[in-house]
Design a protein around this ligand. Structure first.
Ligand code: CA
Length: 224
């Protein structure tokens, strides 16, 4: 999952970005409305954490532009503006949720997880594919009752594939959603992580759940 954090107060931008990275997100961050708008124009962020008072372009204006371009990103506004009319203006401009500063980072992460579930039309935080269970709230995966020891990046890849279980997920989608602008996303990185993940989920001579569609991508679970 990929997030964009647009917040001009450096320490808060860093704290939110670090927390999201810790939760397995690829994160792009900006402290300026215009630059943030440019990042958002890439169209590959699942979540945008958006401050309203920003240099360059106000957050509400940025949000209106984002929606006018047809972006489906889930937007969580974080701002010190706590009047009812400010909250309404944010939601009416196309925000999905609203958090008033100061807030606790765990609450922000919980709201981000809730937005992602909404994005993929899931209410249950646990994704199940046959005997594979992925608990997106506790960030644990288990196959046939056995805990899988996954790194944050492997977990993020598994979650991304699981949210699209039964569909072929192209390499370009994985690259766009799991890697940010600063990460090393050279051509074979994704194959390497798929290899690690396959060994961990399908390793014990179990029925295969992660399938390769050569030249197209990967499918978790049964093909349609
Ligand atoms: Ca601000």
């Amino acid at each position: 999952m990929r997030a964009l954090v647009i917040e001009d107060y450096g320490p808060l931008r860093e704290a939110v970005s670090t927390a999201l990275r810790g939760a397995g997100f690829a994160v792009d961050a900006s402290g300026d409305g215009r630059e943030g708008d440019w990042f958002a124009d890439g169209g590959t962020h699942d979540i945008v954490v958006l401050d309203l008072g920003l240099p360059g372009m106000d957050g509400l204006e940025l949000l209106r532009r984002l929606r006018a371009r047809g972006s489906q990103a889930h937007v969580l506004i974080v701002t010190a503006r706590d009047q009812v009319e400010d909250r309404c203006a944010g939601l009416d401009a196309g925000a999905d949720d609203y958090l008033v500063k100061p807030f606790a980072v765990p609450e922000l992460l919980a709201r981000v997880r809730a937005l992602l579930r909404r994005a993929y039309q899931r209410k249950d935080p646990v994704l199940r594919i046959r005997d594979l269970e992925i608990d997106t709230a506790r960030r644990l995966a288990r196959r046939a009752g056995r805990d899988l020891d996954l790194t944050p990046r492997e977990f993020a890849l598994l979650q991304f594939l699981a949210l699209r279980a039964g569909e072929t997920v192209p390499r370009e989608d994985i690259r766009a959603h799991l890697y940010d602008f600063r990460s090393d996303n050279g051509s074979n990185v994704i194959d390497v992580y798929i290899g690690y993940l396959r060994r961990k989920i399908d390793g014990d001579g179990q029925e295969r759940l992660l399938h390769t569609r050569r030249g197209h991508g990967w499918i978790l679970g049964d093909a349609p």
